[in-house]
Design a protein around this ligand. Structure first.
Ligand code: MN
Ligand code: MN
Length: 476
């Protein structure tokens, strides 16, 4: 016999909002879908350890799905039709996928905008030296890195080197089990008396992030820097490069190894680069799998978000705008500037980036009522910013309402979350750069723990709900 609900209970159910855990709400079939989806995501992380490698994997999968490079498409003289699939590769570091909808481009696009770059340790332009019997590399960290977290752990090196003759060689060392790794040293606790007095953010200084890469000297007493010479000799034999080639190279050090299931129940993922490849992957899959979208579905996967979106591969570049102009040129009898403005300003955007999940170990930095939680689904973040919403894109209530209704209509489990408590800190995304085109934009992505650490944590349930949400959005 079930007890009858009281008036208050009925009213409470009707008027108050409880935020559910995905795991409590999904059936066995969807639970399986969550675990299955995460496998593809983890494989993506393992091959996409840098923005270049991630962009390359997006392009590989796009071609497999029938996407054509924009250069080929334009040259062919074809006109985009509903269902046409095109990708634009921005210098191997950023990619835009277009899945043409039934309506013309001038009616606007449904865009999921994420970034493929992640905080990491870059090599300096002239990095190699020897000291104290070791060969080392000078570095300059990339993005909001907590420097003390990157020491005393195995690192892999990925690089693109342009030799003096203009040829290019890709270097990748340290991901496979039989390859060597590299490491930044830290002090032993026995001798850390002075270092222990430093503030946490100065615990390791930027110029102390030196990567150890060898120790064997070249046997010749006539040479002064024998260890350095031996290392250059190894690099030269394997990759045909010289010291000066470092200047025209981009090397990134990232934690060596693969994404791992986290937890006895395997519900979480520990990996490097969730921010923001988790939104990049889910956005890509959403556009791949969109079923005859009404508007053109776009996955905009940019670079350089972590350093402020500047540069020709970042969102502040005109790459996306110019690419849309090219597609309009191919779509219309005679291209005009007004058509481009209409295509952009009528577009709607999920600024697809991660948010800070509530960490029970550090509750004091959050407002628990307005935090996102691991396992409660994709997060809608109305505004980010810091100190009085400074620098944020505060989404209009009307657009929040629209997205919320799309999610509810498609059984997407979602939550809301602010980036930490008021005046604790803050941050931003590419949202404001999209809004500058007069687009409707809201931040929407996956909650993360240990954001920007060498290994970050997400919930498989949230990854799946984010994919489901993005798919519903691009199909709307
Ligand atoms: Mn991000
Ligand atoms: Mn970030």
């Amino acid at each position: 016999m079930t007890e009858e609900k009281s008036k208050g209970q009925i009213l409470e159910e009707k008027l108050t909002k409880k935020w559910d855990f995905v795991w409590d709400k999904v059936d066995g079939k969807e639970e399986q879908a969550i675990y299955d989806f995460s496998k593809g995501y983890m494989e993506f992380l393992d091959v996409g350890k840098t923005e270049r490698l991630a962009a390359g994997e997006v392009i590989r999968q796009a071609e497999e799905m029938g996407y054509e490079p924009i250069e080929f498409f334009l040259e062919s003289g074809k006109t985009p039709a509903p269902g046409t699939k095109i990708y634009a590769n921005n210098r191997g570091k950023a990619v835009v996928l277009f899945h043409f909808g039934q309506k013309p481009l001038t009616d606007g696009m449904q865009i999921v905008g994420a970034h493929l770059d992640a905080p990491r340790i870059d090599l300096k332009s002239f990095p190699l030296y020897e000291d104290g019997g070791l060969g080392l590399l000078k570095t300059h960290y990339y993005g909001g890195v907590r420097k003390y977290q990157w020491v005393a752990m195995p690192l892999a090196l990925h690089g693109t080197v342009v030799r003096k003759d203009g040829t290019i060689v890709e270097v990748s060392i340290g991901e496979k089990a039989d390859e060597p790794v590299f490491m930044i040293s830290d002090l032993l606790p026995h001798l850390a008396k002075d270092q222990n007095q430093r503030k946490l953010h100065e615990g390791i200084a930027g110029e102390e992030l030196n990567i150890i890469i060898g120790s064997v000297p070249f046997k010749d007493d006539k040479v002064s820097e024998k260890i350095k010479l031996n290392l250059l000799n190894i690099l030269n034999k394997k990759y045909d490069i010289e010291e000066a080639d470092f200047v025209s190279a981009e090397f990134e050090a990232v934690p060596a190894g693969q994404a791992r299931d986290l937890g006895l129940d395997r519900s979480l993922i520990a990996a490097h680069g969730h921010d923001d490849r988790v939104c990049g992957y889910t956005g890509m899959k959403a556009v791949f799998e969109a079923e005859s979208p009404v508007h053109t579905a776009v996955a905009l996967l940019v670079d350089k978000e972590e350093t402020g979106s500047h540069g020709n591969t970042g969102m502040d570049s005109k790459f996306f705008e110019f690419t849309v102009a090219e597609l309009l040129g191919a779509s219309m009898e005679s291209y005009n500037d007004l058509a481009l403005k209409r295509a952009l300003r009528r577009s709607k955007v999920l600024s697809a980036d991660v948010n800070a999940g509530f960490d029970p170990t550090f509750p004091s930095v959050m407002d628990p009522k307005n935090s996102s939680y691991l396992g409660k689904g994709v997060v809608l973040t109305k505004y980010t910013g810091s100190r009085g919403k400074g620098g944020c894109n505060d989404a209009n209530a009307e657009f929040v309402g629209e997205v919320r209704n799309i999610f509810d209509a498609n059984a997407v489990i979602w939550q809301t979350g602010e980036l930490g408590k008021v005046d604790q800190g803050g941050g931003g995304t590419i949202a404001y750069l999209m809004a500058a085109y007069d687009m409707d934009v809201i931040d929407c992505g996956v909650p993360v723990l240990s954001m920007h650490a060498p290994y970050e944590i997400v919930s498989k349930a949230d990854v799946y709900m984010t994919y489901k949400g993005y798919k519903a959005f691009v199909e709307a």
